[in-house]
Ligand binder design. Structure first.
Ligand SMILES: Nc1ncnc2c1ncn2[C@@H]1O[C@H](COP(=O)(O)OP(=O)(O)OP(=O)(O)O)[C@@H](O)[C@H]1O
Length: 264
């Protein structure tokens, strides 16, 4: 498989802290790549650099044949690179439907005059967006909340809406930052199923997640970070057995398969 995203020599320093050091990473187009590592190993900083939420200190990020190093996040959504957050973000006072419409509208440009006059093109566009938003809410199982304020949703439900808000931008690559953290087993199963279904439809995923069982089951490639550097990468079954990973991630005497997780 060819790479949709690569980093070369990626570094990010925060004053004295080398959060990411010389990381060469690759995400295969059409695959599900997992990024794991102990707390503080640089996973979040890496995806922040990739998705334009922080500027790398040095190194290069390439996506879909373009150099996107340091590009702001809002520009990246327009070329199909979007992400979710560990601390899920929704507009609490807007309805669930409007949350998706805002995500969609950020990519559409009608110009101020057609918008002010609510031209036929704008009205037709609005109707199409609403239909599309509803279909994505149905996909994530949240259509019955379409008219409800997003502020009433549980943490797990917000994660589903945030995923739908990504999908309405028609991404090629979605970066998921700890999609399972803090959600119940039912929503974990829902999110797992959605990732599989969307991937079968051609969507590429890069997933940062502490739930190692989930990563091993769903990813076709796993990258392991330790202390800001790439420790190793490979197929889940190889990474699972790698002594360096066991040592770095969990301590020498504990195998990855023995770590208890909420994943069912
Ligand atoms: N804004 C910041 N300012 C200073 N140091 C930071 C900042 N962000 C991250 N760091 C440091 O960079 C290192 C890597 O942090 P990062 O959050 O990327 O790790 P992580 O692997 O995502 O950890 P976790 O799994 O706990 O979320 C840590 O030592 C962290 O304290």
């Amino acid at each position: 498989m060819t790479a949709i995203l690569t980093t070369h020599g990626l570094c990010k320093n925060y004053r004295g802290i080398k959060a990411v050091q010389d990381a060469d990473l690759s995400v295969a187009r059409g695959g599900i790549t997992g990024l794991i590592g102990p707390n503080g190993s640089g996973k979040s900083t890496t995806i922040d650099c990739i998705t334009g939420f922080t500027r790398p200190s040095s190194g290069k990020v390439s996506y879909d044949g373009q150099d996107i190093t340091g590009s702001p996040s809002y520009g990246l959504a327009g070329i199909g690179l979007v992400r979710t957050f560990q601390n899920v973000r929704v507009y609490e006072r807007l309805s669930v439907m409007d949350n998706l419409i805002v995500a969609s509208q950020s990519l559409r440009a009608h110009g101020w005059l057609p918008l002010m006059l609510r031209s036929t093109a704008v009205k037709a566009d609005e109707k199409a967006i609403m239909q599309e938003a509803l279909s994505f809410l149905e996909l994530v199982g949240m259509a019955h909340y379409a008219g409800a304020p997003a502020g009433i949703l549980s943490y797990g439900q917000r994660k589903l809406v945030a995923l739908a808000a990504c999908l309405i931008t028609h991404p090629k690559l979605i970066v998921l930052d700890e999609p399972l953290a803090g959600v119940n087993p039912t929503i974990i199963r829902k999110i797992s199923g959605l990732i599989e279904t969307l991937n079968e439809q051609g969507l590429t995923f890069l997933i940062v997640e502490h739930n190692v069982d989930f990563i091993m089951r769903h990813c076709d490639h796993v990258i392991v970070m330790e202390q800001g550097k790439k420790l190793t990468e490979g197929k889940p079954e190889d990474v699972r057995r790698d002594e360096r990973v066991l040592e770095a991630y969990l301590g020498k005497r504990v195998g990855l398969e023995t770590k208890g997780t909420a994943y069912a």
